[in-house]
Design a protein around this ligand. Sequence first.
Ligand code: PHB
Length: 351
Amino acid sequence: MFDTVTVGKTQLANRLVMSPMTRSRAAAGGLVTDLTAEYYAQRAGAGLIITEGVQPSVIGQGSIGTPGLHSAEQVAAWRRVTDAVHAEGGKIFAQLWHSGRVAHSSLYPDGRLPVAPSAVASGGQMFSPEGMLDHPTPHALSTAEVAQTVADFAGAARNAVEAGFDGVEIHGANGYLVHQFLSDNCNRRTDVYADRTRFALEVTHAVAEAIGPERTGIHLSPGNPYNNIEEGDPLGLYTRLLKDLDPGLAFVHLLEIGDRELVLRLRESWPGTFMLNPHTPAFPPYAGMHASPEAAEDALNVADLVSLGVMWLANPDLVTRIRRGGPYNEPDPATYYGGDHRGYTDYPAMV
Ligand code: PHB
């Protein structure tokens, strides 16, 4: 875990990654703040930080308080974050997160419908201060609109580099737009995107072309039903996807859904750099559990890099704590999303 490793052309101080976590504290206009910079800079001991999900376009936003990377103002705001992390010797990738159908019209200035591969509602709801709102039946993207969406990812990737990020991770997991195209139940298309891996491949290709494959990673969650995703054959689908991705990408980041055998089988189809988020804690039926440092060390038997979420959230100095064998701060779920510095920048480091 404490060995250096090279990701693309970036040398990381260790193999322990901070995984992306929504914190819902962006200011109006999707702007990160000085508090965001402090939060990430506190965690710069990670070999690599992957930020919370960042919308690549206005319509890519799926919940309140999430930041963007589609305007000059947002780029300037993120620059303060990347500068703060780099000043502490850390490395940081932005996660590009398009929510697709897992969204609500009230998020957009023009009140339009969220978009998706097909007009199939998620059946879920979005949190809002006024109460829970049903995700509406989304607008099915036309073929031309899909091309624009791919271009939006590439544009946001260019913005990320301009903002000082070391690279980006494409969010292809957990039931959001890229995963919707991969799934059996959300993708009912009859055009070229009926080929379930095509959108993921086009987005990855466009981002890699924009900023270089060595600065482009992708996050996948084979078999994850979160956000009402159905996948009949995760092994077949993701084997095909992994074989068609450029092995020169910075990494493939896999979320394990309690099935190490599936991870091992998929690993055989990916010759490039491999990152594992061991045995997911965040989703039912695992909600409330979180992966331990022991699980992380074990993951490094099958992966080049290991990502942890909640452990990093609650322990800004996680590398030091693991080296010393703990102790670890207890995470407080009440402050995961939204609010102020409490539960964000006030978890103490060891003295
Ligand atoms: C969340 O905000 O809870 C969330 C966001 C992105 C994910 C998973 C969960 O991939």
